[in-house]
Ligand binder design. Sequence first.
Ligand SMILES: [Zn+2]
Length: 88
Amino acid sequence: MSHHAIYDSMQEGCADILTPVCPFCGQQGWITVPQPGADALMEGQPVQDALPEVDPRLREQITSGIYPRCFPGAEFGDGIDPDLIHGH
Ligand SMILES: [Zn+2]
């Protein structure tokens, strides 16, 4: 069983993952991933195996909830496709 909260996405062929509460800012986020990767997560595969194409910082957010921008020294949005990040 997966502990990830995964929902159908508005984007065809994709799924939205509700990320855990960030320990730094206390917010949850959404990350849109390809459906096959979401399926692999649901089957219990590690994030790095299920979503190898996703930015490592976003995989970290999926795992721990920590936003890329919340890492000490992180520059917000640096190198991350903004299409992957939903406001909420
Ligand atoms: Zn945060």
